[in-house]
Design a protein around this ligand. Structure first.
Ligand code: PRX
Length: 658
């Protein structure tokens, strides 16, 4: 099934053929922040010189001595330099004309709004920093943040950076178990949470999950709790809890920014890898801030009066780099929305854009495809006249969705910037500079100035035009991850050993005859479900944790709306009686949701007597993918027992037909 009705599809196909290249308009280019095409060659000729020049845009407390120390695969940027991220994001703006400019325009799910100027945000951050100090948090400590899309989440993050503590934000859709695992791994001293978060008019019980997560975690003596939903949350008590509002009321708004080393840790953000254990991606201070702010200014062509909206959740890297650090370092006005796009109606995003005069809008392909399904008449009823630039992130955007976005949201007038990057890269790596690069629907175009990417074959040779291969980055960049928290070996192994000296992204890509990059999705056992990164192994571990499951294999199968859907093949420990038990299937899905979070809940569970394995015992996920996507089976000669997969295929087709 396609996300778009057939006639619409044909119309878009025709458009794609007619107009494959979208060059910037002369008017846009003339005003663009990046308007000199020489920027690419200049950065290529002298990358360190380029980054040094760009780093002049940051406010330093002490100048750095050296741009880069590259001891592959370990990089240190801006050695000896001192600065503070909160100072860059807040204080320096408060010393000039941005002082009373809106930093955050926030809209709650119920329609309530709040605006925080740079000065107000700075004061709140300083107060919160003092609260953190009073709760025993010091420079070098780690703080877990488990909150929703409220301004206080930004305050909490910046308060940590102000005093030199690293935060680890855990997405509110993760379960208590997932939160506990991250708090433990990062060795957090404090947890900041809220009673509950609004989602589609219902309360997500964050505090109850936080309480459960803290069982058996003695290191977290205090929990700071924001009241957001009040009486609507179930009453929960956490030992040692402190009320956010009460603590903030008594706190002083004076709190100097800690001078941090350029290479001090800024935050840890956990992401899924190819094992059951999430990786704590470590970002440091100066390089990360430079990457996030520069790309935000250039890729979105930010202007002083813009209202900028990134619709991602703050619990993902997109929220870190493009709701908080990039935009605030640039002194932008950030729109932040608490809820879902379909609450109370499916036109919520268009209403928000019109209500607040949004100029730049950044969202994920899965959301765009959902909008397509809801119909073009919804954006058509809105004005959307303020929009100037549209962004896409999180997964490959199919050309149909790109065109729909361009036509129905951008009204043919706004450049669409498809931005490829990862938690690990910290900032956008491959994307058009909208005043300089002609876009092609479905392509992230070319690496940004200073970034070097290649598509390599298995032997490490660059693949020619049209061929597919592994996407690698061939040069260090300032916002690159520095390590995996507590597991540097894994960092070296996972990212730098496949092609020594080159960073393995885990994504497949191809280049066309113009050198443009087309992303093909993950080539490892990482799935991308609605722009959320999930590990097959993590879900498999959650399934085998259930007492009735003997073994499981999880794959991401193509899904028109979500990009990928989670399909789980499960063998049970006991007799075959329960083999078709719908109740057990629901139980297993719920079990995964409880272990990891609702985002990881399998879309489908299939029971099978056996899983297809090679003679050495390795599960052949490729074949399961063939089955789940209804393809002819690929090569089965390495299977220990080819009959297993044939049987599985028949079973699958039966259950699909049923
Ligand atoms: O597969 C790529 C996909 O998302 C992965 C990174 O996921 P995560 O670390 O959660 O960060 C998501 C937000 C940056 C990548 O390895 N991805 C992200 N953006 C794109 C993309 N795939 C294709 N095109 C994109 N624009």
């Amino acid at each position: 099934m396609s996300a778009v009705p057939e006639p619409e599809q044909q119309r878009l196909d025709a458009l794609l053929v007619e107009k494959r290249l979208f060059p910037p308009t002369a008017e846009f280019s003339a005003r663009a922040n990046a308007h000199d095409p020489g920027i690419y060659a200049r950065a290529d000729a002298d990358p360190e010189g380029f980054w040094a020049e760009m780093a002049e845009g940051l406010r330093w407390m002490r100048p750095y001595e050296r741009v880069l120390e590259w001891d592959p695969p370990h990089a240190r940027w801006f050695l000896g330099g001192r600065l503070n991220v909160a100072d860059n994001c807040l204080d320096r703006h408060c010393e000039g004309p941005r002082r009373n400019k809106a930093a955050i325009i926030w809209e709650g799910e119920a329609g309530d709004t709040r605006t925080l100027t740079y000065q107000q945000l700075r004061d709140d951050v300083a107060r919160c920093a003092n609260v953190l100090r009073s709760l025993g948090v010091a420079r070098g400590d780690r703080v877990a943040i488990y909150m929703g899309m409220v301004p206080e989440t930004v305050v909490a993050m910046l308060a940590c950076t102000r005093i030199g503590a690293a935060h680890t934000v855990v997405f509110g859709g993760f379960s208590a178990d997932a939160l506990r695992e991250r708090i433990r791994d990062a060795g957090c001293k404090l947890l900041i949470t809220q009673d509950g978060a609004w989602r589609r008019g219902r309360v997500v019980p964050l505090k109850a999950s936080a309480r459960d997560a803290l069982q058996g975690v003695p290191g977290v003596a205090r929990t700071l709790v924001l009241r957001r939903v009040g009486d609507r949350a179930e009453p929960v008590t956490i030992p040692g809890e402190v009320d956010w509002h009460e603590a903030m009321t008594g706190a002083s708004p004076l709190c100097p920014c800690e001078p941090m080393d350029a290479e001090d840790m800024l935050y840890i953000l956990y992401t899924s890898g190819t094992t059951g254990k999430p990786k704590g991606i470590v970002h440091t201070t100066a390089g990360y801030l430079l990457g996030a702010s520069l790309t935000h200014r250039l890729v979105f062509d930010l202007k002083e009066d813009d209202v900028y909206w990134c619709a991602a959740d703050i619990g993902w890297v997109t929220g870190h780099s493009y709701i908080v650090y990039g935009p605030l370092a640039n002194g932008a006005t950030v729109l932040m929305y608490e809820g879902t796009p379909d609450f109370p109606e499916r036109d919520r995003h268009w209403r928000i854009i019109d209500r607040h005069g949004v100029n730049i809008y950044y969202t994920a392909p899965t959301t765009i495809r959902t909008f397509m399904r809801w119909g073009a008449d919804l954006p058509a009823r809105a004005d959307l006249g303020t929009l100037r630039v549209l962004g896409s992130v999180g997964e490959p955007i199919n050309p149909e969705a790109w065109m729909w976005y361009h036509e129905h949201v951008g009204r043919g007038r706004c450049p669409v910037v498809d931005t490829w990057w990862q938690t690990e890269t910290g900032a956008i790596m491959i994307a058009p500079l909208p005043g300089l690069v002609a876009t092609k629907p479905g392509s992230a175009t070319r690496p940004l100035p200073g970034v070097a990417a290649e598509v390599l074959d298995e032997g490490g040779q660059p693949v020619g035009p049209g061929g597919g291969g592994n996407l690698v980055l061939t040069r260090p960049w300032p916002s690159m991850m520095r390590t995996i928290f507590g597991d540097d070996d894994r960092y070296v192994r996972q990212y730098w050993s496949r092609y020594p000296g080159r960073y393995l992204t885990g994504d497949g890509a191809k280049r066309d005859e113009d050198g443009y990059f087309w992303l093909l999705g993950r080539v490892d056992d990482v799935m991308n479900v609605s722009g959320h990164r999930l590990s097959t192994y993590e879900i498999e571990s959650a399934l085998v944790d259930h007492p009735r499951v003997a073994e499981s294999a999880v794959i991401g199968r193509h899904d028109d709306l979500k990009g990928q859907a989670v399909a789980a093949f499960v063998t049970l420990k006991e007799s075959s009686e329960a083999l078709s038990g719908e109740a057990l299937k629901s139980e297993l899905r719920a079990h995964v949701a409880q272990k990891i979070g609702p985002i990881a809940r399998p879309d489908e569970v299939y029971f099978t007597a056996e899983l297809p394995k090679t003679r050495s015992g390795k599960i052949m996920r490729r074949l399961l993918r063939d089955i789940a996507e209804g393809r002819a089976l690929g090569d089965t000669t390495t299977l220990a027992d080819p009959a297993v997969v044939q049987h599985l295929k028949e079973q699958y087709e039966e259950s699909e037909g049923a």
